[in-house]
Design a protein around this ligand. Structure first.
Ligand SMILES: NC(=O)C1=CN([C@@H]2O[C@H](COP(=O)(O)OP(=O)(O)OC[C@H]3O[C@@H](n4cnc5c(N)ncnc54)[C@H](O)[C@@H]3O)[C@@H](O)[C@H]2O)C=CC1
Ligand SMILES: O=C(O)C(=O)COP(=O)(O)O
Length: 469
């Protein structure tokens, strides 16, 4: 019987977060603990200092940014309380909402900064229902004992297909022809319209999306070169080049597929546009900070760049609607929209039915497994630890989930505390300053549970503790 079948329970603890110091200074103080098996539905009191079992029905999850219904269904099947919003929330509303939830699901828009996370008293896990995790302060979350999960490749194909469409659209000036005809102008031209066969595509960042794009582009007869900070096996007949400049010098189309980092900020700016071929095209479906848009505008006005497709922007509106994309958000908007052969899309690279439902299922399962079993495999900020499902058939078994600072002597201390019980299985790993131990212990009486919790809670390296039973 799996832990899910049994609707295994989760603990809870109230986190009192002391933000007077660095992000690393996070103290947790339990006000409750939980779990039991399904038939029991016991109430919990947030004020109580005693350990009280509670059901998955007590788990609160906040879902923002129109996370797919497949995820909502999975969470509801788990019995969690789901609070769902179509858009992101203004920061003050987010701070209010995040205070009491155990889990939050977001997409690329919601910024989970230290300033927001410090208010999260009960938070156990964050789900990014997308690829990028730059919107979350991952270190801060790890130091709070909060694991973060994403979906590393469920929307890669959707992005690659969009980019293929954009390469052809830019080469044939499709956007302009369509706008002209929508407004009554017949403009049949072939000047500076090209086939893409035989042209060179330069891919910056040859990861999941870049390499997928490479295969599709070659299938249409393009030559592919790529630049990446790591050496990556070429697919098909693509070739890795050793410098960004070499890629820029040789490419007819340049497409960016790097994450948002300090190194990728303004990766294409004035010098890089100057290094590109005359009449080249630029496509950015990675992150808005990667292309210096005023520099792009200038390069296009000068005729150096013949077209651009942008899916992402340094500032993006928090919700759909008219007049959300204007100069109030980005000072260069009016200049950009007045240029010919510029395709602007509202961050829809991963927005397909296929991608969104696959992401919904994948991330919802990751979150449920972490909440119900403590399984952190796939987490992007945490040691990856799992144990096979807790054996609920065996009486008096408790799973201990202990997140702690990665300092010497912790295992000895913890195992001393657990030593009067039978440690059935145990696994521990570390990731930088954070370490995570899972242990299943048997021969534990109900009366022992609070003692174990209290003793673990007094250990100096502890970040957070959950006991599942
Ligand atoms: N427009 C949209 O809707 C979507 C946008 N994205 C964005 O696309 C990005 C890439 O996604 P994946 O391909 O899945 O990521 P990935 O992690 O599989 O690949 C990224 C590649 O970029 C390389 N890289 C990192 N820093 C670099 C640098 N300074 N110079 C050159 N190469 C560098 C890495 O080594 C890696 O090979 C995501 O981080 C996300 O920001 C992802 C999905 C949808
Ligand atoms: O997956 C990503 O990183 C994306 O950029 C897609 O973001 P979204 O889910 O559309 O907000």
């Amino acid at each position: 019987m799996s832990a899910q079948d049994i609707n295994c329970l989760q603990n809870s603890f109230q986190k009192a977060i002391n933000m007077s110091g660095s992000p690393g200074i996070v103290s947790t103080s339990p006000t409750q603990s939980f779990m039991n098996t399904l038939p029991r539905r016991l109430s919990t009191s947030k004020q109580s200092k005693a350990l009280k079992p509670f059901s998955t029905g007590d788990i609160k999850i906040l879902l923002l940014e129109n996370v797919n219904t497949a995820a909502i269904q999975i969470f509801k099947e788990q019995g969690y309380q789901v609070d769902f919003y179509k858009s992101s929330l203004p920061e003050e509303d987010l701070i209010e909402k995040i205070k009491d939830v155990h889990a939050i699901g977001i997409r690329s828009k919601t910024k989970l900064t230290a300033n927001v996370l410090q208010h999260a008293r009960n938070l156990v896990v964050i789900g990014c229902f997308c690829i990028g995790t730059n919107q979350v302060d991952l270190d801060y979350a790890a130091n709070m004992g909060v694991a973060v999960f994403n979906s590393p490749f469920s929307n890669s194909r959707s992005v690659a297909e969009l980019v293929i469409a954009e390469i052809i659209s830019l080469a044939r000036q499709l956007g302009d022809r369509s706008i002209e005809l929508h407004t009554g102008t017949w403009n049949k031209v072939s000047a500076r319209c090209w086939e893409i066969r035989g042209k060179t595509l330069g891919i910056i960042g040859y990861g999941h999306i870049g390499s997928q794009l490479s295969v599709l582009a070659e299938a249409m007869g393009m030559h592919v070169i790529y630049y990446d900070i790591v050496t990556i096996m070429a697919l098909g007949t693509a070739k890795q080049v050793s410098t960004l400049d070499e890629l820029l010098n040789k490419s007819d189309f340049v497409s960016l597929h790097v994450p948002e980092t300090s190194e990728t900020k303004n990766m294409l700016s004035f010098p890089q546009f100057a290094a590109m071929k005359d009449g080249a095209y630029v496509i950015n479906a990675s992150r808005g900070t990667v292309v210096d848009i005023p520099a792009l505008v200038q390069a296009m006005q000068a005729g150096k760049i013949a077209g651009a497709a942008l899916d992402v922007y340094p500032n993006e509106p928090g919700k759909n609607g008219a007049n959300t994309y204007n100069d109030d958000l980005n000072s260069w908007t009016s200049q950009l929209v007045s240029l010919p052969n510029v395709i602007l899309t509202p961050h829809i690279g991963g927005s397909t039915e296929e991608a969104q439902s696959a992401i919904g299922i994948e991330v919802a399962h990751s979150l449920s497994k972490y909440i119900n079993e403590g399984n952190s495999v796939g987490s992007v900020n945490f040691p990856e630890v799992s144990l096979r499902s807790l054996d609920f058939d065996q009486e008096n078994t408790v799973r201990v989930l202990y997140i702690h600072r990665n300092v010497p002597g912790v295992l000895k201390t913890v195992n001393n505390i657990l030593s009067s019980h039978n440690i059935e299985k145990q696994f521990s790993d570390s990731n930088g300053d954070i370490a995570y131990l899972i242990a299943d212990i048997s021969q534990v009486n109900q009366s022992d549970i609070k003692n174990i919790y209290d003793e673990l809670n007094q250990t100096s390296a502890k970040i957070s503790i959950r006991l599942l039973y």
